[in-house]
Design a protein around this ligand. Structure first.
Ligand SMILES: *Cc1c(COP(=O)(O)O)cnc(C)c1O
Length: 437
């Protein structure tokens, strides 16, 4: 696979380079030069790892031999993907059975394995720094995927007090090669700081920076795999075809993967880009105007993003085709989110706010006779407080969460200031305990 920089189209890189660099010159995203059309024989293969291997052999078989790909996929995706029926025509794809209980585990764990394979192949001795910003779940997934891996340091930025305590405890308590920074601002500011780090030559050179956030192409590729699984399971278990998939969206990596899957042959007519009040994309689809507002905190905080950095990749796939035939945008406010959670509960399904937004978006768009799938991106217990409050129930806490809640938070609180961050990264300043805040 060859990839080009969306901003500088003559800048071409191999898949391995795209994974290592993360982002191209002038902050341009990498995108595959061409996408193959996969055969139905492959797409309806009923075994997730085997199907994924066949797909990855076609996509990146020039970068890794089959045995390596097989190892990468088996190591990264060591947890189940489950499709459940919620209503006659409505299904939910549970993507939260990985170690950090959110769909981010797919991208982060695949990327970690790919990077490790590259490092081993290069006989690399220098250390790497994974620097990433998180709106709550990416950080946890990346930190876990790279925790205690030799020669790799993990640095994660997140907005101070704007993620849930459980989200925070899951990755800010790891220690070892993982260092976390709570920034006095919002997620967009964290992303902006990261961008500054990557264009800073000194940091880039000294720390050998690599980003693990959803702009890395390996994450986007990995996520496209479960879209095929959704359609295959619907066919196999329920003998139905899928018309619509609804994707709860923030930074739009997940939807990018879905659209790529469709470009490569996924048999789905329409996607719903379901956001919370941060409605840059639904507004853009409706009006044609790019008008990001200040980020609004909501009960679906992992989607509190007003400048979604993956959107250029989606635009790139609709240069010829009309985007409105494939993607419908919808923005769901907090009250509507809670209403959707209650509605699902009455149908016998417990969902956290992000997942409920996907459901609400699907409900509004599904026409009689159509079948739809909404993506469950996090385990309800990860958003325990709001789920218990809205549904008036007591949730059982999975073991992973119970263990993390008992550990000390090792994060350091910093101002939204590039120089401060730079000094911290270069000096490797000592983490402060912020449990006492
Ligand atoms: C990150 C996240 C999203 C949004 O995914 P994007 O790829 O950023 O659009 C949705 N739900 C949960 C639980 C998340 O962690």
């Amino acid at each position: 696979m060859l990839l080009y920089n969306i901003n500088i189209t003559q800048e071409l890189v191999s898949f391995k380079e795209a994974v290592e660099y993360g982002i191209g010159s002038e902050g341009g995203l990498y995108f595959p030069q061409s996408l193959p059309i996969l055969s139905q024989d492959i797409l309806l293969d009923n075994h997730f790892i085997r199907r994924s291997l066949r797909i990855m052999e076609i996509l990146i078989g020039d970068a890794f031999i089959s045995e390596q790909l097989d190892y990468i996929l088996n190591t990264a995706f060591s947890f189940p993907i489950i499709l459940k029926q919620v209503d006659e025509h409505i299904f939910v794809l549970e993507l939260f059975h990985g170690p950090t209980l959110a769909f981010k585990d797919f991208g982060a764990r695949f990327m970690a394995q790919v990077l490790l394979a590259i490092i081993r192949a290069n006989n690399q001795v220098e250390d790497f720094t994974i620097l990433t910003a998180t709106s709550g779940d990416t950080g946890a997934a990346a930190a876990h995927a790279f925790h205690n891996v030799p020669n790799i340091h993990v640095r994660v930025l997140y907005p101070f007090q704007k993620i849930s305590v459980i989200q925070e405890q899951l990755f800010c308590t790891l220690g070892g090669n993982v260092q976390t920074f709570a920034v006095h601002s919002d997620f967009d500011a964290c992303q902006a700081l990261i961008k500054q780090c990557f264009i800073n030559k000194e940091l880039r050179h000294k720390l050998r920076l690599n980003s693990a956030n959803s702009i890395n192409i390996s994450r986007v590729l990995a996520q496209s795999l479960y879209y095929y699984e959704a359609v295959a399971q619907l066919d196999l278990k329920f003998k139905k075809k899928c018309d619509i998939i609804s994707v709860p969206s923030g930074n739009f990596g997940n939807l990018t993967s879905g659209i790529m899957a469709k470009k490569m042959g996924l048999d789905v007519k329409q996607f719903i880009a379901a956001t919370n009040l941060n409605d840059t994309i639904p507004y853009y689809l409706k009006s044609g105007k790019w008008n990001p507002k200040a980020t609004i905190p909501t009960i679906s905080n992992a989607m509190d993003v007003s400048k979604p950095s993956n959107w250029p990749r989606i635009e790139e796939m609709f240069k010829q085709d009309d985007i409105h035939q494939t993607i419908s945008g919808i923005s769901i406010n907090n009250e509507e989110t809670k209403k959707a959670m209650r509605e699902l509960y009455h149908l016998g399904y417990i969902a956290e706010p992000h997942t409920a937004i996907a459901y609400a978006g699907l409900k509004r768009n599904l026409r009689p006779g159509q079948n739809g799938i909404f993506l469950a991106t996090a385990h309800p217990a990860k958003f325990k407080d709001i789920v218990e409050e809205v549904l008036d129930i007591d949730l059982e806490i999975p073991n992973t969460i119970a263990l993390a809640l008992n550990k000390a938070n090792l994060s350091q609180v910093i101002d939204n200031n590039f120089e401060t961050l730079k000094q911290c990264l270069l000096k490797q300043c000592l983490p402060k305990d912020i449990n006492t805040r």
